[in-house]
Design a protein around this ligand. Structure first.
Ligand SMILES: [Zn+2]
Ligand SMILES: [Zn+2]
Length: 129
């Protein structure tokens, strides 16, 4: 592929995830990418996502087999709605430091990252109360 074109496509896909806390799935990113880049293929979107992931710019959140993406912005936890699959970021530094403290006490392994997931019903699935 033409390097200039690839760079522009990658940049456009990166812009769709930067500052985006909706945790879009590949299909969402593909739909939005089509508006920015005419004739973009799903394969290009996948390749760009893999590249951005290996560069440490974005990270993958896997929910019930669906790959979703978000910008890398430090450790945080996730709330996942068991009804509609919506993901909400939860930031609690005391929880992160506590899990890392537990990690340091574990013998014979090295923990690089910890993640805690909360499951339940989101506001709209509760009827928007
Ligand atoms: Zn929900
Ligand atoms: Zn997140």
């Amino acid at each position: 592929m033409n390097v200039k074109r690839w760079t522009a496509q990658r940049k456009a896909i990166k812009s769709l995830i930067e500052g985006n806390h909706e945790h879009p799935a590949v299909d969402d990113i593909y739909a939005n990418a089509k508006e920015l880049i005419p004739n973009v293929s799903k394969k290009t979107v996948y390749t760009a996502l893999e590249a951005l992931k290996s560069e440490g710019i974005i990270q993958e959140v896997r929910v019930t087999g669906v790959r979703r993406y978000e910008p890398v912005e430090g450790d945080h936890q996730h709330f996942i709605c068991t009804v509609c699959g919506k993901i909400i970021d939860i930031k609690d530094d005391s929880l992160t430091s506590h899990t890392m403290k537990i990690s340091r006490g574990l013998k014979g392994i090295e923990v690089l990252q910890t993640t805690t997931t909360f499951y339940g019903k989101c506001n709209s699935c509760l009827g928007g109360k």
